[in-house]
Design a protein around this ligand. Structure first.
Ligand SMILES: Cc1cc2nc3c(=O)[nH]c(=O)nc-3n(C[C@H](O)[C@H](O)[C@H](O)COP(=O)(O)OP(=O)(O)OC[C@H]3O[C@@H](n4cnc5c(N)ncnc54)[C@H](O)[C@@H]3O)c2cc1C
Length: 425
C-alpha cells in the first residue's frame, strides 16, 4: 500500500523547518525531505548568523520564538543589538531543530531528495531517492502520496521538476558568500583593541551580555565608505597576504555560547556566474588568506585557527517561481496592504553587488506585507523561502531569516485551515 501524507515539504532549511514544525503541531501529517544530514539550511550549512532584526509588528513569529527559547536553554542563543534575539549558535541550532521536529511529529528523511513527481487528481505522487543503509541499491524509490507539496529548497528545485513558470531572473545576480568560523581567539584582547581602533564606532559594536563579550564589525572596498579597518586591509594587500578581491567585503559577528569564536560573513565571491565547484575552490583559498590576515593584523587572533567552513555557499538570490501574485518593489515601498499577509517586515532592500560602490541597503519607511498568494503556485503546490514570487528588489528585502520563518509558519496555518484541522499549537 502507498504511504500517504497531508503534506510533503522538500528542504528542511529556514522556511521549511518553520513550515514543518507548525504544520506538525497543527495536526497535519508531514514528511520533510532534506538533502543534507541535518536541518537548518542556510542557518546551519551556510553558517548564516545572526537572524536580522525586523519589525516589532511582525506576524507568524511563534516558530522564531520557540527556536529562540529552546536554544536559550542550552546556551545557544543570545539577545544583542537592539533587542535582536536572532543570535543563534549554528551547531546547537541543528540539535534543537531535530528536537522540535520530533516534538511536532514530523517525519524526516535526511540525505534524500524528491526524485520524481506525478500529478494525481488532487495532489501528487512522489518518488523519493535516499541513502537508506539497508538498501542494496544507490537509489531507493518509494511511491508516496500527498495532497500538498511545499517547495522550500531555496532554489525552487521541485517547481523546476514540475515545469512551473518562473520569473525572468537571468540578469539578476548577487554574489554568494562562503562563511567560516575562527576559534582560539582572545576575545577580551580583541574587543579592547577593536573599540579603541574604531573609536568612531562607525560599524563596530561591542558590549558584554550575560558574561559574554558580544561584538561585530565590517569593512568593504567601496570607496564611498571609510570604515576603520581600511589601513589594515591596504597594508595586507601590499604585503600579498590577501588579494584585493579578498577585501571586497569583510564582516564578523560573535557566536552565541562561545567565548573564543567569531563568525565571518565572507569571503564574498564575485564570480557568481561561475560553477559552484569553482566557488568552493576559490572560497576556501580566500578563507585561508583571510585567516592569515586576522592572525597578523588583529590583536587577540595570534593563536586563532579556522574551526569551521560552511558546508554550503550562502546563496542570496536564485530561481523564483511565478505564483498567483508576483510581489513587487512598488508593493513593498508603498506598504501595500493585503487580505492575507504572511509576513510583515520593515527590513531594507539589501542588494550586494560584485562592482565597487554598487551594493545598497535602501531603508524602507513603512512596514510592508507579503501576501499568501505569492506562495501559491496552485491549490496543491506552494513555495516558501528565498524562491518566492517576488521581483529582484522585493526579494532582497524578504529573504532574511525571520521573514522566511514567517512564510513557513503562515503557509502551514493556511493549509491547516483549508484542510480543516483544528489542533492548536
Ligand atoms: C551570504 C548570506 C548572508 C546572509 N545574511 C543574513 C543575515 O545576516 N541575517 C538574515 O536574517 N538573513 C541573512 N541571509 C538571508 C537568509 O539566510 C536566507 O535567505 C534564508 O535563510 C533562506 O532560507 P530558505 O528557507 O529559502 O533556504 P535555506 O535555508 O537555504 O533552505 C533550503 C534547504 O533546502 C535543502 N535542499 C535544497 N535542494 C534540495 C532538494 N532537491 N531536496 C531536498 N532538500 C533540498 C537545502 O539543503 C536546505 O536545507 C543571508 C544570506 C546569504 C546568502
Amino acid at each position: 500500500m502507498n504511504k500517504n501524507y497531508d503534506v510533503i515539504v522538500a528542504g528542511g532549511g529556514t522556511a521549511g523547518c518553520a513550515f514543518a514544525y507548525t504544520a506538525g503541531k497543527l495536526g497535519l501529517k508531514v514528511l520533510l525531505v532534506e538533502k543534507n544530514t541535518y536541518l537548518g539550511g542556510s542557518i546551519t550549512s551556510s553558517l548564516v548568523i545572526p537572524a536580522m532584526k525586523t519589525s516589532s509588528n511582525a506576524i507568524n513569529t511563534d516558530f522564531f520564538n520557540k527556536l529562540y527559547s529552546e536554544l536559550s536553554k542550552i546556551n545557544g542563543s543570545i539577545t544583542y543589538q537592539d533587542g535582536n534575539k536572532g543570535w543563534f549558535n549554528p551547531e546547537l541550532t541543528k540539535i534543537v531543530l531535530d528536537k522540535l521536529m520530533l516534538e511536532a511529529n514530523v517525519e524526516i528523511l535526511f540525505e534524500s531528495k524528491i526524485h520524481e513527481i506525478s500529478n494525481k487528481l488532487c495532489g501528487y505522487i512522489v518518488a523519493i531517492c535516499d541513502n537508506n543503509l539497508n538498501s542494496k541499491k544507490d537509489v531507493l524509490l518509494e511511491h508516496i502520496e500527498t495532497k500538498y507539496l511545499v517547495d522550500a529548497t531555496g532554489d525552487a528545485k521541485i517547481c523546476q521538476k514540475l515545469n512551473c513558470d518562473f520569473l525572468n531572473t537571468e540578469e539578476e545576480v548577487q554574489p554568494v558568500n562562503l562563511r567560516f568560523i575562527m576559534s582560539g581567539i582572545n576575545i577580551n584582547k580583541f574587543s579592547k583593541w577593536l573599540t579603541k581602533y574604531d573609536n568612531d564606532r562607525d560599524v563596530t559594536t561591542c558590549c558584554s551580555v550575560d558574561g559574554y563579550i558580544m561584538l561585530s564589525t565590517a569593512y568593504t572596498w567601496d570607496t564611498t565608505k571609510e570604515w576603520a579597518l581600511k589601513p589594515l586591509f591596504k597594508q595586507a594587500i601590499e604585503e600579498g597576504i590577501i588579494t584585493e578581491e579578498d577585501s571586497n567585503y569583510f564582516q564578523i559577528f560573535s557566536v552565541a555560547g562561545t567565548k573564543d569564536s567569531i563568525a565571518f560573513n565572507c569571503p564574498r565571491l564575485l564570480d557568481s556566474k561561475g560553477t559552484r565547484s569553482n566557488l568552493y575552490l576559490n572560497g576556501r583559498q580566500s578563507i585561508h588568506r583571510l585567516s592569515l590576515f586576522c592572525k597578523k593584523y588583529l590583536p587577540g587572533f595570534e593563536d586563532a585557527y579556522i574551526s569551521s567552513i560552511a558546508d554550503s555557499i550562502g546563496v542570496r538570490v536564485s530561481n523564483r517561481v511565478k505564483c498567483r501574485y508576483v510581489y513587487t518593489k512598488q508593493d513593498l515601498i508603498s506598504g501595500k496592504r493585503f487580505e492575507n499577509p504572511v509576513v510583515i517586515s520593515n527590513y531594507p532592500i539589501d542588494i550586494h553587488s560584485s562592482a565597487k560602490n554598487k551594493s545598497k541597503l535602501d531603508k524602507v519607511y513603512q512596514e510592508y506585507q507579503l501576501p499568501l498568494e505569492s506562495l501559491i503556485v496552485n491549490d496543491n503546490l506552494f513555495v516558501i523561502g528565498r524562491c518566492i514570487s517576488a521581483d529582484f528588489e522585493a526579494q532582497a528585502a524578504l529573504r532574511i531569516i525571520p521573514s522566511c520563518f514567517s512564510m513557513g509558519e503562515g503557509l502551514a496555518k493556511y493549509i491547516a485551515s483549508v484542510k480543516g484541522v483544528k489542533k492548536s499549537i
